[in-house]
Design a protein around this ligand. Sequence first.
Ligand code: E4P
Length: 224
Amino acid sequence: MKFFVDTADLEEIQEANDMGILDGVTTNPSLVKEQGNVDFHEHVYKICEIVDGDVSAEVTATDFDGMMEEAHSLAGIHENVVVKIPLIQEGIKALRALDDEGIPTNCTLCFSPMQALLAAKAGANYISPFIGRIDDISSDGMTLVEEIVQVYDNYDYETEVLAASIRHPTHVKRASLAGADVATMPFDTLLKMLDHPLTDRGLERFLADWEEYKEARKAEAGMA
Ligand code: E4P
């Protein structure tokens, strides 16, 4: 399973990359806004220079021509850029046109398996079902991931299922069990995947025993 971080924070991206397990980054206009007064294109370039993997950057136009213009401009920033396209009618047209041009895409804001099927038929490289936002309205986001995986498997679509809007490690666990190709998550969630009280307690015990062992060896050497 590939792990992406869902952030535009350069320090977080660097830290995740330093762990050696990062496969890519997803951003969106809201995440870019959090970074304050930054130049979008320069910022995307900086992210691409940190991580050796796919970096999603989203268009904000909602018409075909506008999306294509932005997509060309974003794709020109760096070879790692994957253009994020919203799952609307004009977006489907843009996905098809960009696929024909060989520009990689991530189709975003997916909330149903039929939307996902349209995106795959249009040639999207990634489909991003938003798990957490579905959970937020008292439904089960992970069912959507399971259904998309099944639909794509039925027809051998190569579009990768990118579980998005992940809020906690259990989302990552369930996405991996469902067969999602990628999980994109906040950096904080990536770190939380490490947490286990038995690991902490076990390490504490091992280190304490090691100290006692060294002390005993020292004492024995002193007596000899
Ligand atoms: C995915 O690419 C989106 O950027 C993201 O996962 C949205 O997550 P949110 O619902 O936590 O904003």
